[in-house]
Ligand binder design. Structure first.
Ligand SMILES: [Zn+2]
Length: 207
């Protein structure tokens, strides 16, 4: 084994993502080194500071055109670079989920949200920079004023496409929660007797 191989192996070990609750070695308040691997909560033995690793919040939009095709982005960044995702993103501090939805759709695709309905939430995990953070994904069935003039946000979004959801296999999606949201959307539509969306297609594709 060459030195380079050893070095590459070390980098891979370093790059392996760890849950954030296992990644803290120092108290962020007083700087004391933690004697044991942190858990949830992180508890400092010196200053007694306690930190709970609660999930942050993200929003995702299910946007369907007149021919019942759903709008997907091709992710420009990891996690899931090159895979499909629903448009959306993280909710900022002091921002409502609804405002985040409107902002993210404008930022990512230059589309103006004209209405939305809450669909469902699913717990997600977001691996970035070697750390995995817990996320609560909130999904909204979203309408936009017009689907003309889509302009993607460079870096974050590589491309966009409208697809029949039955053509979108689970492993094409960056996140399991997006698969779950699409499934919830299809179930809701079939309950409401929508004959034009997802009917006659095996839902196993999304399991
Ligand atoms: Zn401390």
């Amino acid at each position: 084994m060459s030195l380079n191989t050893v070095a590459a192996g070390k980098i891979l070990t370093i790059m392996k993502s760890v849950p954030i609750e296992n990644s803290w070695s120092f108290c962020p308040r007083c700087g004391t080194r933690s004697e044991v691997a942190s858990g949830n909560p992180f508890a400092c033995s010196e200053c007694r500071y306690t930190h709970y690793f609660s999930p942050c919040t993200a929003v995702g939009a299910l946007i369907v055109d007149a021919s019942n095709q759903m709008l997907f982005i091709v992710r420009g960044k990891d996690p899931g670079k090159g895979k499909l995702g629903l448009p959306g993103g993280f909710v900022d501090s002091k921002e409502t989920a609804e405002t985040a939805l409107i902002r993210e759709i404008k930022e990512e695709l230059n589309l103006d949200v004209s209405g939305f309905e809450y669909l469902a939430s699913f717990p997600n995990e977001y691996a970035y920079g070697g750390v995995i953070i817990p996320v609560t994904d909130l999904f909204f069935v979203t309408r936009v004023a017009s689907l003309e003039n889509i302009v993607i946000q460079e870096v974050e979004v590589h491309d966009w496409k409208f697809l029949n959801v039955q053509d979108v296999l689970a492993d094409m999606l960056a996140f399991r929660t997006h698969e779950q949201a699409i499934e919830a959307f299809r179930s809701a539509n079939s309950e409401h007797g929508d004959a034009t969306f997802g009917v006659g297609v095996g839902s196993r594709r999304f399991k």
